[in-house]
Write a protein that binds this ligand. Structure first.
Ligand code: V47
Length: 364
């Protein structure tokens, strides 16, 4: 394989990857542009196995999307709806409690909570929601509110970012999911999500959270109108932020789903691009401990293959995730623990059930 990598013109990157040397933006672009998927995957697998050995992580989690009402209405999103629209919904706290209670018999270790930027839910709703979830399920880790929602909550509270984060933590916030990052490029944001928090704003929230001891994830929404250069700029900004704080746990490339969005004329992502985004991210983000192949968006079969292309995590049991479903996602809505175990074992990896912070719950 080393010979194949050299013949493909990537001998220098093989040396860099083997030597643990950081890739430049130009190196990252070369990987994106290469038609040789196996070479890119091989390099990513070297990094993956150095960092995570043969392990493949999953989590027993629950998704809870408390409301789809949103003032941002991003072009790429089929989930967000205007207040008053027929498809708009919001859960009151009794409904949130019922959603948690309904699955108390299952060994769920994390509840992932995200929603739209709601025009009039008060700040107290968010604090009360965290407290209510903790009351129903005291041991659970709540991974909630994208950096975009957190910035909105800081505005609502009027107390600034730090004080707001501290209050959310006191109410039960355990960590922050990676959504809302999209592509940081101001060009992309102007064309697809002009009302959304800027890329700089997103990074500011993440770094502030890290400094307070919260861990968070990061995503990139790819496969719409972004260029390869813009992808690399996005990854570079994340790598730089991680150098500063070390607070990111996982990077998750999110495959754009066009159905029912304002960009529905675009094609779905290809399997090649899905794997490449995982592999390039694994090579480039040398300071991120984990890369996740989110099976809900790329399908369980490709997520399984991704375990040989840089990914060491497949997310989890999920269930009731509406963001992908509304945009035409075709994956099943939930995977049982047994299915996750089988999928990982068939890939020749060792399944490890983890909690949100990657503490081992059970190694199989
Ligand atoms: O913020 C919106 C993206 C995100 C579409 O942190 C779309 O572990 C594809 O961030 N096609 C939410 N993607 C999902 C997310 C996530 C998922 C799983 C795990 C984690 C984690 C984070 O989905 C949004 C947005 O960036 N999104 N619309 C769409 N049509």
């Amino acid at each position: 394989m080393d010979l194949m990598v050299k013949q493909a013109g990537f001998g220098d990157l093989l040396d860099k990857v083997r030597g643990g040397e950081r890739l430049s933006a130009e190196d990252g672009l070369r990987l994106y542009r290469s038609p040789d998927l196996l070479v890119v995957g091989y390099l990513a697998n070297l990094v993956r196995e150095r960092l995570n050995g043969n392990k493949a992580y999953f989590i027993y989690n629950q998704h809870l999307n408390y409301s789809n009402i949103c003032t941002n209405l991003c072009k790429f999103c089929a989930f967000g709806k205007e207040k008053g629209s027929e498809q708009a919904y919001e859960m009151d706290l009794a409904m949130v409690r019922a959603k948690v209670r309904e699955r108390l018999a299952e060994p769920i270790s994390e509840i992932h909570v995200v929603g739209g930027i709601h025009p009039d839910l008060p700040y107290s709703y968010y604090l009360d929601m965290l407290r209510a979830i903790k009351e129903e399920r005291p041991g659970v880790h709540i991974q909630a509110f994208t950096c975009v929602e957190i910035a909105h909550l800081a505005e609502l509270s009027g107390q600034g970012l730090e004080a707001t984060l501290k209050e959310l933590m006191a109410a039960g916030l355990g960590s922050i999911p990676g959504g809302g990052a999209e592509v940081f490029s101001p060009r992309i944001r102007a064309l697809t999500c002009e009302k959304k928090l800027s890329g700089e704003g997103w990074l500011q929230v993440a770094k502030t959270a890290h400094r307070l001891g919260l861990r968070s994830n990061a995503t990139m929404l790819y496969g719409h109108i972004e260029t390869l250069e813009e992808r690399i700029e996005h990854l570079s900004a994340l790598r730089e932020a991680q150098d500063e704080t070390g607070g990111f746990l996982t990077f998750i490339p999110l495959a754009f789903h066009p159905k029912n969005t304002g960009l529905s004329d675009l094609a779905k992502t290809s399997g090649i691009d899905d794997l490449k985004n995982i592999a390039v991210a694994r090579c480039f983000l040398d300071n991120f401990p984990h890369i996740k192949a989110y099976w809900v968006m790329i399908g369980p079969k490709l997520a399984q293959v991704a375990l040989a292309f840089g990914a060491d995590d497949v997310d989890g049991t999920v269930k009731e995730e509406l963001i992908t479903q509304m945009a035409g996602g075709e994956s099943e809505q939930a995977m049982a623990r047994e299915q996750l175990l089988r999928m990982i074992r068939q890939a020749g990896r060792e399944p490890v059930e983890r909690d949100t912070l990657y503490n081992v719950i059970k190694a199989y």
